[in-house]
Write a protein that binds this ligand. Sequence first.
Ligand SMILES: C[S@@+](CC[C@H](N)C(=O)[O-])C[C@H]1O[C@@H](n2cnc3c(N)ncnc32)[C@H](O)[C@@H]1O
Length: 195
Amino acid sequence: PEAAADGGRVTVATRRGDLARLTADELAGASLVTASALLDVLTRDELDALVAACRGAGCPALLALSVVGRVELAPADPLDVELAEAFNAHQRRGGLLGPDAVAVASDAFARRGAVVRVRDSPWRLGADESALTAQWLRGWAEAACEQRPDLAARAEGYVRRRLAECAAGALRVVVHHSDLLALPPATGFARGGVS
Ligand SMILES: C[S@@+](CC[C@H](N)C(=O)[O-])C[C@H]1O[C@@H](n2cnc3c(N)ncnc32)[C@H](O)[C@@H]1O
């Protein structure tokens, strides 16, 4: 927008950097740190750096849309569970937090005195989102097979079946995610309570 709610000019500045090197000084004066689909691709060290920087700057953080490792597909298929487990293992590869990110981040913020709130923010993909569902499905199965190449042959038939259901508007998918809000203890929000 050209103007903020208070009429002030809105400006944007971008800077590229590694979160593992983020410092509290760089966040000085910030009223909120926010990101989406980020927490689950961080390592423990990167997360700790982010949490420490927010805490040092006394800045709230809203970290939206982290995967939590749960997917619902309807109708069910015998291969759903195996693929979901392989996908979750893929998300955790090389020390990434993956489906553990929200729990680990909640704990890290809370240990530094933040008030933490976590709420569900599921993707609900139905007949109206069939193109997105198909794209999600291919990526999901591909990651699972990258993790477990022995699944590839069975996954090929699975994806074919699922894409046919999707094209017929007969597949519903819920990809569970969570949003995390961490408020430094001294903020008015924290005193007033957040529900
Ligand atoms: C799944 S994408 C989400 C992109 C976007 N926020 C969105 O919601 O569509 C995760 C992003 O986190 C960035 N990222 C991962 N690790 C990072 C790090 N250590 N420092 C900075 N950015 C990082 C990646 O470059 C990527 O852009």
